[in-house]
Write a protein that binds this ligand. Structure first.
Ligand code: FPP
Length: 253
């Protein structure tokens, strides 16, 4: 008797658990509201937001997520009062000084997307150093979107491709989906499987517009400083329940 075959056929079939997202991207919203609701200055909310960044980065890695993108500062955030912008930059400096070595030790590779040229010079140096210091990290890639705007990214990519066409280096017909993706700041990273926005707002705010073509979206009510490991796990559970068809038909008929 073939024991293996018998025992296999006697085992009730269990549904395959749906895959974990490889890439989770987060719009960390609601720091200001969290602080205001407590009678605190807005910057206190950003400070608490840093705690969530640290917790969620560690937890995402432990959960097996391979890429975590965090929207830290948008090209539109320059419109905020100067003190808030400077406060955010100071927090960013604090975070980089405190975390870089630890992230390197934990195998987290840091990458930045966005236009660094408008950032203060010391921050530009910190960004370069952080990328170099963590370059060999293989456990997870933490992508920090800093002075990032998706339309600006697409415009710059289009201009580079148009310049090549005009110079006769490529044909217009070679401007494909893949060619455009390769020109974006996110070149080499997979598109996000799941985009989470905290604080109840339901919009993308110029974040990863091209890359989000087939992402699942999750809008959660809590403010970013309250977004913890449990909230992250809930988001992953909801994601795993979604039926991703990428324009095709439902797998289960
Ligand atoms: C949105 O809250 C949050 C931001 C514009 C900044 C997020 C930045 C951090 C958490 C700190 C820096 C990040 C890293 C990766 C070190 P909001 O101020 O728009 O909230 P509101 O809508 O309630 O006003």
């Amino acid at each position: 008797m073939n024991r293996t075959a018998t025992s296999e056929s006697a085992t009730p079939k269990r549904a395959e658990p749906k895959a974990l997202p490889d890439h989770v991207a987060i719009i960390m919203d609601g720091n200001g509201r969290w602080a205001t609701q407590r009678g605190l200055p807005r910057i206190a909310g950003h400070k608490r937001g840093i705690n969530s960044v640290r917790k969620i980065t560690r937890h995402a890695k432990a959960s097996g997520v391979k890429y975590l993108t965090l929207f830290a500062f948008s090209t539109e955030n320059w419109l905020r009062p100067k003190e808030e912008v400077h406060g955010l930059f100071d927090l960013f400096r604090y975070y980089m000084r405190r975390e870089c070595r630890t992230l390197a030790r934990e195998g987290v590779r840091i990458k930045f997307i966005g236009d660094p040229s408008e950032m203060p010079e010391d921050i530009q140096s910190m960004m370069t150093e952080a990328e170099a210091m963590t370059a060999s990290g293989e456990a997870m890639t933490l992508i920090v979107a800093l002075n990032y705007g998706s339309r600006a990214e697409i415009v710059a990519a289009t201009q580079r491709l148009a310049t090549r066409v005009a110079a006769g280096e490529m044909a217009a017909g070679e401007i494909t989906d893949t060619a455009i993706s390769a020109e974006l700041n996110t070149s080499g990273f997979p598109d996000p499987d799941l985009i989470i926005r905290t604080s109840g707002e339901q919009r993308l705010s110029n974040f990863l517009l091209w890359q989000a073509a087939y992402s699942e979206f999750l809008f959660v009510d809590c403010h970013w400083p309250e977004f913890d490991e449990l909230a992250f796990d809930d988001a992953i559970t909801l994601y795993r329940d979604r039926d991703r068809r990428f324009g095709g038909l439902r797998k289960s008929g």
